[in-house]
Design a protein around this ligand. Structure first.
Ligand SMILES: NC(=O)c1ccc[n+]([C@@H]2O[C@H](COP(=O)([O-])OP(=O)(O)OC[C@H]3O[C@@H](n4cnc5c(N)ncnc54)[C@H](O)[C@@H]3O)[C@@H](O)[C@H]2O)c1
Length: 284
């Protein structure tokens, strides 16, 4: 067995003929591959046409270029998911250009800046965090499902929302810095269930992939901003958090789980919160 999950010849499911929209399909600039980008690359490698959506258009375009270099098909769309009209426009553009939406992955999240010393955050920053982490997810779920239900056949579409175990339990207590993220992810879990219930009859599924510590540039950056951990300390700290000592996952492991949820093979799976956390939420 190999754990080289980035290997290009490694395939699992068949997504050919599907259009998969990855919201947050760019990534924070840095050395490691983001969860959204890894999912976009893997979906394309398995035959899907991918739409990489991001506030950072250059980064979404980078994902598209990587997919093209891999022999896949993709294009980029610029959007700010804190704006309802942008969320709607994403799906209008995809319907116009590709004619269908089969998969939607919501891989956007922000931790707004705050005053660590005084445990305070500007209301505007707090609201922006909630708008991106939760309200944007709500609109993207709603507009994606509205497109998916138009697809013919019994299995019309799959939504995968990237949540976090921060929505389950937090050891840092009433720290305002984590609130827009943790509350946003709690809302995202709930939105997923509502989407699953509302659209089941139309053949649309929705699941959350509840991630634990994943080695992404954003994850490392936020660990430093929120908790003051240096990049060197992060692995050590997380091996304390993940009591089962499974360390951290790579974003490719996120992407393979998402791939399963996007594929028809997971047709009977909906409304679930699937933890990909090395057992972190079991023993804390
Ligand atoms: N890395 C981890 O340890 C970890 C843990 C749990 C959950 N997650 C989740 O995984 C997802 C991806 O995170 P990542 O760590 O891979 O980082 P990432 O940098 O790959 O993803 C975040 C992306 O969101 C984009 N974005 C930010 N604000 C936006 C806006 N207003 N409109 C549109 N796009 C916007 C960024 O430009 C970036 O490309 C997030 O939902 C995050 O909560 C990550």
């Amino acid at each position: 067995m190999t754990t080289d999950f980035a290997r290009k010849d490694r395939t699992a499911f068949d997504l050919s003929g599907k259009v998969v929209v990855v919201v947050g399909g760019g990534q924070m600039p840095g050395d490691t591959v983001g969860n959204g980008r890894a999912t976009a690359l893997l979906a394309a490698r398995h035959g899907a046409e991918v739409v990489a959506v991001d506030l950072n258009l250059a980064s979404a375009q980078e994902t598209v270029d990587l997919i093209a270099a891999d022999g896949g098909k993709a294009y980029a769309v610029h959007a700010d998911v804190s704006k309802k009209e942008d969320c709607q426009r994403i799906f209008d553009e995809v319907m116009e250009r590709s004619g269908r939406v089969d998969g939607m992955v919501y891989s956007v999240a922000v931790n707004p800046p705050f005053d660590f010393e005084n445990n305070s955050m500007e209301t505007e920053a707090f609201n922006y965090g909630i708008n991106v982490n939760m309200l944007g997810a709500y609109y993207c779920n709603l507009y994606a499902a509205a497109c998916m239900e138009k697809n013919p056949g019994p299995s019309t579409g799959s939504i995968v929302n990237f949540s976090s175990i921060a929505s389950l339990k937090n050891e840092i207590g009433l720290n305002i810095g984590i609130m827009p993220y943790a509350l946003g992810k709690c809302g995202l879990n709930y939105i997923t269930e509502l989407t699953a219930v509302q659209f089941a009859a139309a053949g649309v599924r929705a699941n959350t992939l509840m991630l634990g510590p994943i080695d992404s540039t954003l994850g490392n950056h936020d660990s430093q901003e929120l908790f003051g951990h240096t990049p060197e300390e992060v692995d050590e700290v997380y091996s304390e958090v993940v009591k089962l000592k499974m360390g951290r996952a790579s974003t490719w492991e996120t992407a393979y789980a998402a791939l399963y949820l996007l594929a028809d093979e997971s047709r009977f799976m909906t409304g679930q919160q699937i933890r990909l956390d090395g057992g972190a939420a079991l023993v804390r």
